[in-house]
Design a protein around this ligand. Structure first.
Ligand code: NAD
Ligand code: DAU
Length: 382
């Protein structure tokens, strides 16, 4: 039995990780800390919290006193660090929050983990582990992004762990800075930490500010589908369940001090992704007449294609052209490979949004509307 701290556990990947962890390691004691920003949602965790199967703490990773208390009370030997500001467009609009959480917050968590593991004898100054008599070794997993490597040209090989850091957005720069802090703690303090850099995730519980859920719910409501620029930007889509399995493998079996890239092996340009969503929705409406009654504003409700909503708009400043991941190291060293192919993963994700209308209606009420007005208000059709 291990005591595990998951930061950002009420976010998209965090919620999926909590469920994956519970399913595969039911004896572990899980504690989630999350500041409950606009991106957080506890609906899927509420039943676990109510049954006492996980501990939830609403709090900021910048709160050093809170972290110290949590470490002392729970004696964590695993930290999976996911808490972050994660949306590139918001980082262009308001970079400061990204520095506070992604850089200073990561520093605060590194320091709290190191201080506790040293004070409790789990780690000595030479990096020896397990000196406290426990057979469980302390490990800190920092969850990062492929965006730290910058943008690829169409014929460039995919990113390797050794690719140079060339972040282009304030979000990517803040994640790059946090990766460097983790690296420095490994080199200087012998911190038992690892880093994973992954590509674009998709799946259940993703906030509808991100491309795939935004397009699904806009199509259902008959709203324009805003594709930035000419839509030829490429992302490497990774199903969130594949990501979570890789994270658990990395924290358990990865080598301390190493970086592991995690990718979906699914390079697609945004035009294609939106096209696949539209066609899948058209097919779903044709197969199930009840959907037309539930979503009367969707073009598919009246036999038209959702493609009719596609609208090319002003590009994102500094928009990276292409990301692609070489996940060979993860497969060779840890035996992890993606199981979900993009087409079926996307259809399953669309089904999840169709079946969880109350979830996304709830998320898209309130402050979400203000964000949509702000981010899309200035964009004109191109
Ligand atoms: P998300 O925005 O959905 O969730 C982030 C969570 O962190 C939220 O629940 C939020 O409330 C919490 N949080 C924010 N600031 C906090 C603070 N100061 N203290 C405590 N909690 C705080 O993000 P996500 O998509 O689930 O991403 C999780 C991690 O994975 C992030 O570190 C992100 O950089 C990384 N990542 C995400 C993707 C992706 O495609 N979503 C890809 C690569 C890497
Ligand atoms: O690559 C990993 C990164 O993937 C993560 O580190 C980030 O946390 C995550 O948000 C994601 O970043 P992106 O910027 O790639 O994701 P987003 O969903 O915002 O955009 C995906 C692509 O779609 C990108 O090329 C921009 C484009 N896009 C996005 C939105 C929201 C549009 O064309 N229209 C839109 O309305």
């Amino acid at each position: 039995m291990r005591s595990v701290l998951i930061t950002g556990g009420a976010g998209f990947i965090g919620q999926n990780l909590v469920h994956a962890w519970r399913a595969t390691r039911p004896d572990d004691l899980l504690t989630v800390i999350d500041a409950m920003t606009y991106a957080a949602n506890l609906r899927s965790l509420d039943p676990l919290i109510a049954r006492g199967e996980i501990q939830f703490v609403k709090g900021d990773i910048n709160d050093a006193a809170l972290l110290r208390r949590l470490f002392e009370e729970n004696r964590f030997t695993r930290v999976a660090h996911l808490a972050a500001e994660s949306h590139v467009d918001r980082s262009i609009d308001d970079p400061e929050a990204f520095l506070n959480t992604n850089v200073l917050g990561t520093f605060s968590l590194l320091r709290a983990s190191l201080d506790f593991w040293r004070a409790s004898g789990m780690l000595d100054a030479s990096g020896m582990l397990g000196a406290s008599g426990t057979s469980d070794q302390a490990r800190f997993l920092h969850v990062s992004t492929d965006e730290v490597y910058g943008s690829l040209n169409p014929t460039d090989p995919p990113f390797l762990e050794s690719s140079p850091y060339r972040p282009n957005s304030p979000y990517a720069a803040s994640k790059a800075a946090s990766d460097h802090l983790v690296r420095s703690f490994v080199a200087t303090y012998k911190m038992p930490a690892l880093i994973t850099n992954c590509s674009n995730n998709y799946g259940a519980y993703q906030h509808p500010e991100k491309l795939i859920p935004l397009m699904i719910i806009h199509a259902l409501d008959g709203k324009p589908l805003p594709i930035y620029g000419d839509g030829s930007n490429i992302r490497d889509w990774l199903h969130v369940s594949d990501h979570c399995h890789a994270l658990m493998a990395a924290i358990e079996r990865g080598r301390v001090g190493e970086t592991y890239n995690i990718g979906g092996g699914n390079e697609r340009n945004n035009r294609d992704v939106v096209g696949v969503i539209c066609e899948a929705l058209d097919r779903a409406f044709a197969a199930d007449p009840k959907l037309a009654a539930r979503f009367p504003s969707c073009p598919a409700a009246t036999g038209r294609s959702c493609r009719s909503l596609i609208n090319y708009v002003t590009d994102r400043p500094g928009h990276d052209r292409r990301y692609a991941i070489n996940a060979g190291k993860l497969t060779t060293e840890l035996g992890e490979r993606c199981r979900v192919d993009f087409q079926s993963g996307l259809v399953e994700t669309i089904r999840w949004y169709l079946d969880h209308e109350d979830w996304w209606r709830d998320v898209t009420s309130g402050s979400y509307k203000a964000w949509i007005d702000k981010n899309y208000g200035f964009r004109i059709a191109v």
